[in-house]
Design a protein. Structure first.
Length: 713
């Protein structure tokens, strides 16, 4: 995946031109390069240390009293279409119903690296609230002049500024803007609204996209229809690494109304009807040289270990050798997970149109601004001539960060001079997916005679460090990562890999939490008590106790035969503890997850119902990577290209799901889109171990692997 670049400037003319597309109203603009603005910028979270230092937050107040929130974030099911307006409404002192939102439009919205990492609320939300606070300060200055009242006597409520000594004397925000664009900057952003003053945040507003999505009114990139539009079907190689050797497009060109475009090895068939384009594509006679890599889903782990780069230390304390000398018993295991697809319900789609020298692309993408730069480079056009608009996105999970379909549609639209839509088939979606990388985790740990862990050595290969950082109170520990899901180490994989909902954390938490359970079993200790005995972190202790109370946990050393599992983790600043109950069919190795309880401490919760929906979605999705999802392949060929062989969780095997939000209102809002998924592999693995006394050391824990583990046990 190409790392997006960050813009470093936006002049006043560019800014006002962009805002002019929205019509009149008050626009708040943080001056680029202003030191005070930089001082209040969160300094972490965007692609490591690559943080845009000129992050601008925008909002518009119209003469009609409507407030428009502008964000480069996109909506793909995480619910920020609702929670961000809640934040703006409270900070600006306007009615929630008066706030509209524009998302992911590169001509209208502030630049953003993309929607990933559970950053929309915990990071963009800070900028949004600061913008609202500054807007409110500007409005008070304008009102002081209009009302001829000292500024310190003015207050705001429900979209108006009023004299606190004479509340009848007031003026609305819309009357102050009077339909004009006003640029104003405050020397210092006022203090943000205290939580005690919130009337919208902390409440469960109905999701704004709910009605459109359940009625089918919501528009996605594949729903765009333009006059004269052509549908494109593209010639694809049968395997990753295959090279086009020979091609004859003449049979396709003979189909009435078909246009064939060839640009090097990029060959597309276009027609006014997608089924005709598809039939014509099948008539192309193409021959490819196929690779012989010798790598498949059985040999991949040896391949990874043989080509692993030097480690990077993620966290450490004490001395592993000292801890090893103090251990009376040592447990060492190797854990594996296979490649996993994102498998969104909406395959990648994009519609592109070249008009009046400008290219507009409607794309299902998590990264509209990086896609804009990629399209500009591919077409050799200035970026200001490119506009990317992101409609609703039907699931992304990290897989729609690379947006090849948008570039393909734009190339074809420029060549043909007609609007073009590229909609990937399910087979293309699976073939071109940037899979969650196959990975290996090796853990070595020891116990002293009292049953306490003396050392813990965690080495992860190719999943990356996320989720491996240590929060247990081990005197001697080291957590090291050999390669990641991005960067040079990805060249070792036979095809593209990339971020997959909480990238790396699912692998690391599964391995660590199963290993902790095996240590508890060796010590003859209850797994909950064993964890608590090795914890001093109050937030982790809090979520574990909250989950245990809801679950009704009773102490017993594993394996107890009950099928109770437990796992905890930290992701996106959020602490989560999950407990699961499973039943294992021993003759067949099948696992039924009967109940899942998850407790989550995510700081102040902007929308509690929305947070619980995300937890439930994480739990449901986590069942897939834990039990069934994996990509089979050989010599670059992907063997799982649809849901007939790639098994996602079905409604019929969903467990009873219970969610608990642990109150922590004094902590700022943390991420909610990913944390509850990271513990699912560990919770189910430890539950299987508790049920049958067998540890399954590879994800997914298929019936065959469960039976094999029971045989080995």
């Amino acid at each position: 995946m190409t790392t997006p670049t960050f813009p470093t400037s936006m002049d006043r003319r560019q800014f006002l031109k962009r805002m002019g597309l929205l019509g009149g109203g008050l626009v708040v603009y943080f001056t680029v390069g202003d030191p005070s603005a930089l001082a209040r910028t969160p300094r972490e979270g965007y692609l490591g240390s690559r943080i845009p230092t000129d992050f601008n937050a925008f909002l518009r107040i119209g003469a009609d009293e409507r407030v428009t929130l502008l964000t480069g974030k996109i909506e793909m099911g995480q619910g920020v279409i609702t929670s961000l307006p809640q934040m703006l409404a409270d900070e600006l002192d306007v009615a929630y119903g008066a706030v509209d939102i524009v998302m992911g439009d590169t001509d209208l919205c502030p630049w953003d690296a993309g929607t990933f990492g559970s950053l929309s609320t915990r990071h963009f939300g800070v900028f949004l609230r600061e913008a609202a606070a500054e807007a409110k300060g500007v409005l008070r200055e304008l009102a002081a002049a209009r009302l001829k009242v000292p500024g310190d006597r003015l207050a705001t409520e429900n979209g108006a500024v009023f004299d606190s000594s004479n509340p009848v004397k007031r003026i609305t925000y819309g009357a102050l803007t009077n339909g004009n664009i006003i640029e104003r900057h405050l020397d210092k952003v006022p203090d943000l609204e205290n939580r005690s003053g919130f009337t919208v945040m902390g409440g469960s507003c109905l999701r704004r996209d709910a009605l459109d999505k359940v009625t089918g009114a919501a528009r996605f990139a594949g729903d765009i229809r333009l006059p004269g539009m052509l549908y494109a079907k593209i010639l694809r190689a049968p395997a990753h690494g295959a090279k086009l050797k020979r091609v004859d497009t003449a049979p396709a060109e003979q189909v009435d109304g078909v246009r064939v475009v060839r640009d090097g090895d990029f060959i597309a068939v276009l027609h006014a009807y997608p089924d005709v384009a598809e039939k014509a594509l099948r008539k192309i006679d193409a021959e490819f040289d196929l690779p012989k890599t010798g790598i498949d889903d059985q040999t991949i782990f040896d391949h990874l270990l043989e080509n692993a780069p030097a480690p990077t230390i993620n966290s450490e304390g004490g001395s592993i050798e000292t801890g090893r000398k103090r251990a009376g018993r040592t447990i060492s295991h190797t854990y594996f997970n296979s490649y996993v697809a994102h498998a969104p319900m909406e395959p990648h789609a994009a519609t592109a149109q070249m008009k009046d020298g400008r290219m507009t692309v409607w794309a299902s993408t998590q990264t509209p601004f990086p896609l804009k730069d990629q399209v500009a480079a591919a077409l050799n056009m200035p970026p200001e001539k490119i506009r990317v608009v992101t409609p609703f996105v039907g699931g992304g999970f990290g897989g729609k960060s690379a947006s090849m379909q948008g570039i393909e549609a734009a190339r074809l639209a420029k060549i043909t001079g007609r609007p073009v839509q590229v909609g990937w088939s399910r087979e293309e979606e699976f073939f071109f997916d940037a899979f969650r990388p196959a990975a290996v985790v090796k853990i070595d740990a020891g116990l002293d005679d009292s049953g306490r862990i003396t050392f813990y050595d965690h080495n992860v290969y190719f999943a990356g460090q996320r989720g491996s950082e240590q929060y247990y109170d081990f005197p001697h520990h080291r957590e090291a990562a050999h390669g990641s899901w991005r960067g040079p180490s990805t060249d070792v994989h036979p095809f593209a890999v990339g971020p997959w909902r909480a990238p790396g954390a699912n692998t690391n938490v599964y391995a660590r939490e199963l290993h902790i359970n095996l240590l508890a079993a060796e010590a003859g200790a209850d797994p909950l008590a064993f964890r608590l005995d090795h914890l001093t972190d109050k937030r982790m202790i809090g979520v574990l106790k909250a989950a245990a109370e809801q679950f009704g946990w009773t102490p017993a050393p594993p394996p107890s035969g009950r099928g109770f599992g437990i796992a905890c983790g930290i992701d996106a600043g959020t602490y989560v503890a999950t407990m699961a109950e499973v039943a294992v069919d021993k003759p067949h190795g099948t696992v039924q997850v009967k109940r899942v309880v998850a407790a989550q401490d995510m700081g102040f919760v902007v929308n509690p119902d929305g947070a619980k929906m995300q937890m439930e979605g994480c739990i449901t999705m986590g069942l897939g990577y834990a039990l069934t999802e994996e990509i089979r392949f050989s010599d670059g060929k992907i063997h799982d290209k649809n849901f007939d062989t790639y098994r996602l969780p079905r409604f019929s095997w969903l467990p009873r799901i219970e969610t608990v939000l642990v109150e922590n209102p004094d902590l700022s809002s943390q991420g909610g889109g990913e944390p509850a998924i990271v513990t699912m592999g560990g919770a189910i693995a430890t539950a299987i171990h508790d049920a049958v006394g067998a540890a399954v050391f590879q994800l997914p824990m298929t019936p065959e692997r469960v039976k094999a583990a029971m045989g080995e046990g």
